[in-house]
Design a protein around this ligand. Structure first.
Ligand code: HEC
Length: 111
C-alpha cells in the first residue's frame, strides 16, 4: 500500500467515526433534554422529514429554540434553550434528528 492510500483510508475512517460519535451524542442530548416532554421519542422524531429537522436546527438550532420560547407550555425548557450549551451542542442533536427522520429509513435503538 502506498502512502496516499493510507492517508485516504485514515481520513475515511476518521470521518466515519466522528459522524457516529455526533449521532450518539445527539441521542444522549435528546434522551436527557427532549424526551421528558416529548415522551414518544422515536415516533416523534419520525414525524418530521429530514428537511423539516434541518430547518428547525439551522443557525445552531435557533428556530427550534424560538418555537419553545414562545410557548408557555414549554417553560421548563427555556433555561436549556437559552443556554450556550444548547447552541454549542446543537449540531450533534441535528445530526441525530436527521439520521432518524421520517425519510431517512433508520430506526433508533433507544437503549
Ligand atoms: C419543557 C418541555 C419541553 C422540552 C424540554 C422540549 N420541548 Fe419541544 N415542545 C414542547 C411544547 C409544550 C411544544 C408545543 C407543542 C404543542 O403546542 O402542542 C413543543 C414543540 C416542539 C416541536 C414542534 C412540534 C409541535 O408539535 O408543535 C418540536 C419539533 C420540538 N418541540 C422538539 C423538541 C426537541 C428536539 C427538544 C430537545 C432539544 C424539545 N422539543 C424539548 C415542550 C418541550
Amino acid at each position: 500500500m502506498n502512502k496516499f492510500v493510507l492517508v485516504f483510508l485514515s481520513i475515511m475512517i476518521l470521518s466515519l467515526t466522528s459522524a457516529n460519535a455526533a449521532i450518539y451524542k445527539g441521542q444522549r442530548i435528546f434522551i436527557k433534554k427532549c424526551l421528558p416532554c416529548h415522551k414518544d421519542g422515536q415516533n416523534f422524531i419520525a414525524e418530521y422529514k429530514m428537511r423539516q429537522w434541518k430547518k428547525l436546527m439551522k443557525k445552531k438550532g435557533k428556530p427550534l429554540a424560538e418555537l419553545h420560547l414562545k410557548n408557555k407550555k414549554a417553560k421548563k425548557s427555556w433555561k436549556y434553550f437559552k443556554s450556550k450549551k444548547y447552541a454549542r451542542k446543537s449540531k450533534h442533536l441535528k445530526q441525530f434528528l436527521i439520521e432518524y427522520a421520517k425519510d431517512s429509513g433508520n430506526v433508533p435503538a433507544c437503549n
